[in-house]
Design a protein around this ligand. Structure first.
Ligand code: ASP
Length: 348
């Protein structure tokens, strides 16, 4: 399936995959890619030409955010014509956020962008880093019988599995299978052969002939609010009356439910009065928000809250930053929040 002429750019941002233990403090800190490449000698033998772009400051992904996403996006954008695909080495802690953000920012993407990392540093004997890296490169360079890339979207490759990037959540701080994609089947699985799920390619509302473009402007003045027993309307009001807050992701119970008291709903309704979009995602790992199924969510609809269906919280918050960054008005932002842009939610 692969042809030797494929070129992949590896973008190394940091994370456990390239970390080494500091002998003085015992803490893990990142090292340069040359060392990582030394620890994976098989890289040179791969039937793919790889080049590496190493971030000047390698970071733990706890420090990754909109600025870093733009940096990654710029590297991809600046090298788009030169390479057939991109592999981003990234810490696992916020990988799902970065993958989601990039899926929105990279508009009209026509090439694979595969994020990977590892639970153990690549220099450690039992490290998962080596196989994750090799799998990511193989999957990013795979083509179909007509020589077209197998995926043209932002993915996460972890523990032998390729996932849609905006559908994953970090699930385990311990296991090599660190991610889950509870609401969408995996894109591919690497065993003796790589098995692709045909037809799983991303559904887009984008015009296929439109040129690839990077949306660099993001508005990060958003908040994720997890509903919990005891959360008072007063607390909600104090958050929503803050003029520096521009969007809210509401993590609700089950199929999208929240307390039903008049005070609670009125407090949430402040957002709509301010023309601040609010999107509803579930706290459950699996399943979807179905507003109107119970009275406890019907009132949210009436208060102007948009159903995020089965979007992950990571996808919802980065989509909010992306839409606000694009400067869409309140009605348009609410409309787009409730529709799939990059296959981040089920349905059409
Ligand atoms: N703290 C690390 C990071 O996210 C964990 C990892 O890479 O797995 O950068």
């Amino acid at each position: 399936m692969r042809v030797k002429s494929r070129r992949i750019l590896i973008i190394y941002t940091g994370g456990t995959i390239g970390m080494v233990r500091d002998t003085a403090t015992g803490a893990l800190s990142p090292f340069k890619f040359e060392k990582l490449a030394e620890a994976v000698p098989g890289l040179k033998e791969l039937d793919v030409e790889t080049e590496v772009c190493c971030f000047d400051r390698l970071i733990d992904s706890s420090d990754m955010g909109p600025e870093g996403w733009v940096n990654i996006g710029q590297v991809i954008h600046g090298n788009y014509g030169e390479y057939d695909g991109f592999v981003v080495l990234h810490g696992t802690d916020t990988m799902a956020y970065t993958a989601s953000a990039l899926s929105f920012m990279l508009e009209n993407l026509g090439k694979p962008v595969v994020l990977t990392g590892s639970q153990l540093p690549v220099g450690v004997l039992r490290s998962d880093g080596k196989s994750n890296l090799v799998n990511a490169i193989e999957m990013a360079s795979a083509v179909d019988e007509k020589g077209r890339p197998m995926v043209k979207e932002v993915c996460v490759c972890f523990g032998d599995t390729l996932y849609r990037g905006n559908r994953v959540t970090k699930f385990s701080a311990e296991n090599f299978d660190a991610f889950i994609s509870a609401n969408l089947p995996v894109l591919a699985k690497a065993g003796v052969h790589v098995k692709w799920s045909r037809g799983a390619d991303v559904s887009r509302d984008e015009d296929a002939s439109a040129p690839f473009r990077l949306q660099e402007k993001l508005d990060s003045r958003v908040l994720i609010l997890k509903i919990h027993p005891g959360l008072t309307p007063k607390t909600i009001l104090s958050l929503l009356e803050n003029n520096d807050l521009k969007g809210l992701v509401l993590e609700t119970y089950g199929s999208g439910n929240a307390p039903t008291s008049k005070e609670f709903i009125q407090a949430l309704g402040t957002a709509a009065k301010r023309k601040m979009p609010v999107v509803n995602v579930t706290q459950c790992a699996e399943g979807s928000v179905e507003m109107g199924k119970y009275a406890a969510s019907t009132q949210l609809l009436e208060a102007g809250v948009v159903s995020g269906r089965d979007m992950t919280c990571e996808a919802a918050v980065t989509k909010m930053m992306y839409l606000l960054g694009k400067g869409a008005d309140y009605a348009e932002t609410c409309r787009l929040l409730g529709e799939p842009l990059r296959g981040e939610m089920s349905g059409s």
